[in-house]
Design a protein. Structure first.
Length: 216
């Protein structure tokens, strides 16, 4: 029968070997010079957050992406070079200071908007030279923009346009207030009617003119 002391010695030797192996494995992934870097990426002109910016550690070949609010975090070492890349902005880099003593560090990284120079575009009023030539030949030299505007702003055209447009609440209220003020102003006097600015009266006037011309 084996002695219990032998079993105890074997168990202690196994536990010591496992603890040494665990300590050795941790030393592979842990370094006292590691720094937990926290940061936020913003635009240099408006200081607005830049979401989903790619941050690449060129030294360790690792990367991360900022969140919706431009925030990011990653493990770095002093002297590492970080490359920031965001759509619509110039690529920029940041070197982690090699004099840091703390195990955490925070930064605010600003990026410059990338301006895109587009080629010159000339806009013509006609789609082709043939359309321009046809318009030039058929053009009426006496039909300019001023004459067309004067014709459209004539009293008859304005009266016709006004007769086709329904009155809204604001116009109705303004018309009521104007009639009320006219009534109060003419209390005790002979009532007078001024249709000079009344579009409906102008429309009736032109219709009567047309009827008169047709009879003649």
């Amino acid at each position: 029968m084996k002695s219990p002391l032998l079993y105890f010695f074997i168990a202690a030797l196994f536990m010591g070997t496992a603890a040494f192996a665990q300590k050795e494995d941790k030393s592979k992934y842990y370094d006292s010079s590691m720094i937990q870097l926290y940061g936020i990426v913003v635009s240099s002109d408006s200081l607005s957050e830049l979401p989903y910016t790619t941050i690449i550690n060129k030294t360790t070949k690792r990367a991360t992406i900022s969140d919706y609010y431009g925030f990011f975090t990653m493990v770095v070492f002093p002297g590492d070079t970080l490359l920031f890349d965001s759509y619509g902005y110039l690529k920029s880099s940041y070197i982690v200071p090699d004099t840091l003593k703390a195990d955490s560090y925070s930064i605010v990284h600003m990026m410059i908007e990338d301006g895109i120079l587009l080629p010159e575009v000339t806009i013509y009023p006609w789609p082709s030279k043939e359309d321009f030539a046809r318009y030039f030949v058929e053009m009426d030299p006496y039909e300019d923009a001023l004459r067309r505007a004067q014709r459209q702003l004539s009293g008859e055209n304005l009266a016709v346009a006004a007769s086709k447009i329904g009155t809204d609440a604001d116009y109705a209220y303004g018309n009521y207030r104007m009639q009320e003020q006219t009534r109060l102003y003419g209390i005790g006097q002979v009532p007078t009617v001024n249709n000079l600015l009344n579009p409906a009266a102008w429309s009736k006037f032109f219709n009567s003119m047309k009827k008169t011309n047709k009879k003649k």
